[in-house]
Design a protein around this ligand. Structure first.
Ligand SMILES: [Zn+2]
Length: 224
């Protein structure tokens, strides 16, 4: 049974640390079944010429809150719809919120709280000196992760993964975000919007009321 603390990213005690031989995962906080499936995916990817690495896995509520809040305060880069950095300092609080939520989950409403979702990339395809962007443009035809995108489209399902953010919903396209669907669904089923709102409401940052309004209306799509 998935608890409120678990789906809100407040309890990681059921998650495991894992290090596989291929270095694909180094040490993660993750769901046990998701990690097993990820190890198999990494192996298969390696055989197809992709050295997968995990850029990001479990994120706690507080980590996600800090990411959101740092963006709001201008301490962290915010990207526009074309994935270009924008200056949000002159925007209203509500406008700032709307820019940030395009690429950052509202704390309490992230699949990264579950331990079943991973942001991945292929380290051997990243050009030397190029830092990882985690942008959709890296996956466009002609760009370095294009072949990885094709491989993932063909292979993820075999290992129980999906890519929930295909750009058709409210969240911008995230070709790097994979989700171990069977387990993630247990979290989504247990998710209670009222509990999530109540917890988020206990924080007083100026963007929180906008986040609550938005989440109330769209939470089903946010967790997709
Ligand atoms: Zn992600």
């Amino acid at each position: 049974m998935v608890t409120r603390e678990q789906y809100l990213g407040l309890d990681d005690s059921k998650l495991v640390n894992f290090k596989d031989a291929s270095n694909c995962m180094s040490i993660l906080n993750a769901d046990r079944d998701a990690v097993k499936a990820l190890a198999l995916l990494c192996e298969d990817a390696y055989e197809h010429g992709f050295e997968l690495r995990v850029a990001s896995a479990y994120r706690s509520f507080y980590k996600q809150f800090k990411i959101f809040d740092d963006k709001f305060k201008g301490k962290r880069v915010v990207l526009d719809a074309d994935e270009k950095p924008i200056d949000i300092s002159n925007l209203s609080d509500e406008e700032k919120f709307n820019e940030i939520r395009r690429f950052s989950a509202i704390p309490g409403f992230s699949r990264h709280h579950f331990g079943t979702d991973f942001d991945i990339y292929a380290i051997n395809l990243l050009p030397e000196g190029q830092s990882l962007q985690l942008t959709a443009s890296e996956y466009q035809r002609g760009s370095y992760f294009y072949p990885l995108g094709l491989y993932l489209a063909q292979s993820l399902q075999k290992f129980g993964f999906i890519r929930p953010y295909n750009g058709k919903g409210l969240i911008a396209k995230e070709p790097w975000h994979i989700s171990y669907q069977k387990k993630a669904m247990e979290f989504i089923k247990a998710f209670d919007i009222n509990e999530a709102i109540e917890y988020l409401s206990s924080f007083k940052e100026p963007w929180v009321p906008y986040a609550i309004e938005y989440a109330k209306e769209h939470y089903k799509e946010l967790l997709a």
